[in-house]
Design a protein around this ligand. Structure first.
Ligand SMILES: Cc1cc2nc3c(=O)[nH]c(=O)nc-3n(C[C@H](O)[C@H](O)[C@H](O)COP(=O)(O)O)c2cc1C
Length: 233
């Protein structure tokens, strides 16, 4: 190989390396959230993409502990959202009989769906989800993940999840650990569902840490966080 072609090759390699470096830096600096969007197929925005006034908000509290940490944060979110003029409904999954997903739930013909939905209350909650503009998913951390009540509901949305279009989501969770990463599994659990829906937007979350006691969240900073998120609905 001649000296000229060796130099040309080196210049080419150097140029390519610089281009890759610049591309990586620009992406890292400019769009942390874009990176997330690519991974999740979720729009991430603290602002609502929906200019509608008086949005309908559904808060789904999956904790079996009424008046516990998750539930109390849901109440604070509700207070904020009501003050902001939203139509808010908060439900506790404790009040609904929701069975595990079964094989019959995979058949999507209308008569099968009717049969499958008749056996319990899942469709009542799912209809509320379909009607809501904004959905708050709230679950305590159970073994680094969402609790069974929330997961069972999510599985049962199978016949309707493709109709859950353009929804906005907030997440609420509480755990005993003080490590921020301890509730990541819950966020992943919520996102695993949300990313499957058409055009969802994730608006924000409250991760209450160090909540080993039932009323631990009262007088904590998380109350204000939940209230503010609700206010900005
Ligand atoms: C079955 C079960 C599993 C739990 N797993 C975890 C866990 O993995 N990490 C953690 O930090 N806390 C864990 N906790 C503690 C709860 O997340 C914590 O007490 C939370 O505040 C409960 O929320 P609640 O008051 O809304 O029910 C667990 C509690 C229960 C009952």
């Amino acid at each position: 190989m001649s000296a000229k072609s060796i130099i040309m090759k080196r210049v080419f390699l150097l140029t390519m390396s610089l281009a890759v470096l610049i591309f990586t830096l620009v992406n890292l600096v400019a769009c942390g959230t874009k990176e997330q969007e690519g991974v999740y197929n979720i729009n991430f925005s603290a602002e609502s993409p929906n200019p509608k006034q008086g949005k309908s908000v559904l808060i789904i509290s999956a904790s079996p502990r009424r008046g516990g940490n998750t539930d109390t944060l849901c109440d604070e979110f509700m207070r904020g959202a009501q003050e902001a003029g939203a139509k808010v409904e908060k439900i506790s999954l404790e009040d609904y009989k929701i069975e595990f997903f079964r094989e019959i739930d995979t058949y999507m013909q209308p008569d099968s769906v009717a049969k499958a939905t008749a056996r319990d209350d899942a469709h009542i909650v799912i209809n509320k989800m379909l009607r809501a503009d904004v959905i708050v998913l709230a679950s305590p951390v159970y073994y680094y993940n969402i609790d069974g009540q929330m997961k069972t509901l999510i599985d049962r949305t199978y016949y309707a999840f493709m109709q859950m279009k353009d929804k906005e989501f907030f997440y609420i969770t509480a755990c005993a650990d003080t490590e921020n990463a301890s509730s990541d599994g819950v966020v992943e659990g919520f996102r695993g569902f949300v990313r499957c829906l058409p055009n969802p937007t994730e608006r924000g979350m409250v991760k209450a840490l160090g909540m080993g006691r039932k009323d631990g969240v009262k007088n904590s900073v998380y109350m204000q966080q939940a209230y503010e998120l609700g206010k900005g609905v």
